[in-house]
Design a protein around this ligand. Structure first.
Ligand SMILES: Cc1cc2nc3c(=O)[nH]c(=O)nc-3n(C[C@H](O)[C@H](O)[C@H](O)COP(=O)(O)O)c2cc1C
Length: 178
């Protein structure tokens, strides 16, 4: 798919007809690893993905970790929990390199997730990034260590209905040119 077409075809999808097979999911996660990262620390050290795939695991996870509106939006989709390891990205040893601190970990993970959602669309799948989730329940369910910050849960699957595009602000509201 041409890149311009790809970025305009991606939408947050809140209705799935089906999930995704394991091999297709692995390919998308590998493509997401191509994202740029602080000092090329990459996902191996910093960003982590926890994939919930089986119907039984998904049912229990959804009920425990998502509010009902996100449970409904992500029904039939697989789920990926994304985390970053704290105090690595943006740190020199124990010391933050600048005022952003662990914000750089979130920044790296956001880039990774942007690649992930575009790679998914390119492979014919859709996604929904969900920031409204219960981090404590997720940590307990998936045994995620305390040194990882739990960020989003990303639904991934085959779209059920055509989503309509959300409006974007005029560029001059968000960009300044000097
Ligand atoms: C960090 C983040 C958290 C989000 N959390 C939720 C969420 O919990 N539930 C939801 O339905 N959409 C969520 N969204 C999706 C946004 O509402 C959506 O990206 C935005 O409205 C633009 O629509 P589009 O993705 O279709 O272009 C989230 C998006 C991001 C980037």
């Amino acid at each position: 798919m041409e890149f311009k077409e790809l970025i305009s075809a991606r939408r947050s999808v809140r209705g799935y007809a089906a999930g995704i097979g394991h091999d297709a999911l692995v390919e998308i996660l590998k493509e997401a690893q191509q994202a740029p990262s602080w000092k090329n620390q990459q996902t191996a050290r910093t960003a982590r993905c926890y994939a919930v795939e089986t119907p039984e695991a998904l049912e229990a996870f959804r009920a425990a970790a998502l509010p009902s509106f996100n449970q409904n939006s992500s029904a039939h989709a697989a789920l990926i929990v994304t985390t970053y390891v704290k105090n690595v990205v943006g740190f020199n040893g124990e010391t933050p390199v600048n005022e952003i601190g662990n914000g750089w970990g979130a920044y790296d993970l956001g880039l990774h997730d942007a690649y992930l959602v575009l790679a998914a669309r390119n492979a014919g799948y859709d996604t929904l990034i969900m920031g409204i989730r219960d981090a404590d329940a997720i940590r307990a369910k998936l045994n995620i260590p305390e040194n990882e910050e739990i960020m989003s849960v990303i639904a991934i699957g085959r779209r059920g209905a055509e989503p309509s595009p959300r409006p974007r602000k005029a560029l001059n509201e968000v960009a300044r040119f000097f």
